[in-house]
Design a protein around this ligand. Structure first.
Ligand SMILES: C[S@@+](CC[C@H](N)C(=O)[O-])C[C@H]1O[C@@H](n2cnc3c(N)ncnc32)[C@H](O)[C@@H]1O
Length: 230
């Protein structure tokens, strides 16, 4: 199994658990900036068919399984020391790709997901049927400490700041702080400008320092990393 440098990292550490995710093709920022209207933003935030599988102006432009999350699942399994029988939760799981790949990477692991999109759950990977819950990250329908680890990728920034804090508190609650979030961010004014041209769904975003302040306010002690457009 691939071991990453940050295994056994202390609580609340910056760690790139998506390092082995293939880089997508260069995003056509200019095309979206020209095309983007309030109507595109409104529709993308419905997280329906257009967002996942419609034209690129509304979101993914086709959200299809290709196995790219298997190495990520392997790194998360190593990072959180997960074994068959352990429960892991993916908040904002969409069609369940990471949930499926957790089960591929570690047969016998109990992987679950939660998402607000009925469309995504209705088009989930067959292996994940019955494992994906319809709900919101701000009100997780699970007992305290129900999961050995909880993950949320590219989802928490879809809330306004106060609700992002609530969602992080929920992630913390169900995992007792054994968690990982990845959120939209930027390190330079140039990256911020690029991001603002591209963004559709995110309502709160900030430089890493701003996010870390928010994590502290939420009492979040899990790990984190940034999605940065370059
Ligand atoms: C950018 S996608 C990320 C999907 C997946 N985690 C990934 O990285 O490929 C954001 C996901 O968050 C979900 N989402 C948006 N608001 C949510 C909420 N309030 N609670 C749970 N999921 C939400 C959307 O339906 C969508 O599946």
């Amino acid at each position: 199994m691939h071991a990453i440098g940050s295994v056994k990292a202390k609580s609340m550490a910056e760690v790139n658990l998506l390092a082995r995710l293939p880089k997508g093709g260069k995003r056509n920022i200019n095309a979206r900036a020209t095309a983007k209207t309030n109507e595109h933003i409104r529709i993308s935030r419905e997280y329906g068919e257009l967002y996942f599988d419609g034209p690129r102006e509304y979101g993914y432009g086709g959200y299809r399984y290709d196995g790219r999350w298997v190495p990520i699942a392997e790194d998360m399994i190593a990072h959180f020391d997960l074994a068959p029988g352990d429960r892991v939760l993916d908040v904002g799981c969409a069609k369940g790709f990471l949930v499926k790949d957790f089960m591929k990477a570690c047969p016998g692991i109990e992987a679950f997901g939660l998402d607000i999109s009925r469309y995504a759950l209705m088009h989930c990977e067959p292996e994940t049927v019955g494992r994906l819950h319809l709900g919101t990250a701000t009100d997780l329908p699970f007992p305290d400490g129900a999961f050995k680890a909880a993950i949320s990728l590219n989802t928490i920034h879809n809330f306004e700041r106060n609700d992002a804090i609530i969602a992080l508190k929920e992630l913390q609650r169900v995992s007792h702080g054994r968690a990982f979030v990845q959120v939209d961010s930027y390190r330079t004014p140039e990256q911020k400008a690029l991001f603002e041209e591209w963004v559709l769904t995110a309502k709160f975003h900030d430089y890493p320092d701003g996010w870390i302040k928010l994590f502290e306010e939420a009492g979040y002690t899990g790990d984190y990393y940034w999605t940065i457009i370059e």
